[in-house]
Design a protein around this ligand. Structure first.
Ligand SMILES: NC(=O)c1ccc[n+]([C@@H]2O[C@H](COP(=O)([O-])OP(=O)(O)OC[C@H]3O[C@@H](n4cnc5c(N)ncnc54)[C@H](O)[C@@H]3O)[C@@H](O)[C@H]2O)c1
Length: 214
């Protein structure tokens, strides 16, 4: 939330209700956000985010225009103070999205980052947690300039924050249990990865437990 500049009272829209997005929501509340919305294409992920991080939920449908409209309609037309991209370059993609990527020789798509730039208010902050591994054509540089958006992101500097974060867990200020959906022994590691990737059995977060019975 340092990148997102959340200090208290801000409206925050998080795209992606995976473990990263849900933990971003918990962090936003911890920093005193005034409102936390979360967006996903999967209803079960949104239910998890609502239950574990008290988020307002928005289901991404079709090209995602409904999301931008909904975010603007609950923020007096302005957009949220902060948008967080917790999806990255591998969003759910249509045939047309895939054809565009092939034509542009790109890996995946920047459509969620574009949606963040549309949903954030003028002068707002877009924080990019989802991975983008390469260059992309048609990046909305005009919108970035016109709206005066601050764009931050990158790999989490885990070493910088880990002591502070563990302390939050020890003090009970952050609960992790409610994000975990599966605990598996090490012998089932391949099943765990497969289930997470294919989003089977309402999977959100798998913990590999060396002491669990195989
Ligand atoms: N910055 C870092 O240091 C760091 C650390 C860990 C993970 N990551 C990255 O963060 C991203 C999220 O990780 P995760 O473990 O939560 O992954 P995940 O796949 O569980 O979550 C991504 C979510 O995005 C949803 N989604 C797909 N298309 C969407 C769309 N158009 N709009 C909204 N939601 C959409 C999926 O349904 C899924 O729930 C990945 O790119 C991952 O590599 C970054």
């Amino acid at each position: 939330m340092d990148w997102a500049g959340v200090k208290g009272g801000e409206s925050v829209a998080i795209f992606g209700a995976g473990p990263v997005g849900i933990m971003a929501a918990k962090s936003a509340w911890l920093r005193g956000a005034g409102r936390v919305l979360i967006v996903d294409t999967l209803a079960y992920r949104l239910s998890k985010a609502a239950a574990s991080a008290n988020c307002e939920t928005i289901l991404w449908e079709g090209d995602g225009k409904n999301v931008i409209e909904q975010i603007r309609s609950v923020t007096y037309g302005r957009g949220t103070d902060v948008c967080i991209d917790a999806v990255g370059f591998e969003p759910d993609r249509s045939f047309i999205d895939r054809a565009k990527s092939a034509l542009n020789l790109e890996k995946g798509s920047v459509k969620v980052l574009e949606a963040c730039m549309s949903a954030v208010r003028r002068g707002g902050i877009v924080s990019v947690l989802g991975v983008y591994p390469t260059t992309y054509d048609n990046f909305p540089i005009g919108q970035f300039f016109d709206k005066g958006i601050t764009l931050k992101g990158g790999q989490a500097p885990a070493h910088k924050y880990i002591d502070e974060l563990l302390e939050y867990v020890v003090q009970g200020k952050v609960v992790l249990e409610d994000v975990i959906t599966h605990r598996l022994p090490l012998s089932k590691i391949a099943d765990g990865y497969s289930m997470f990737k294919k989003k089977e059995d309402n999977c959100v977060k798998v913990v590999l437990d060396p002491w669990a019975a195989g």
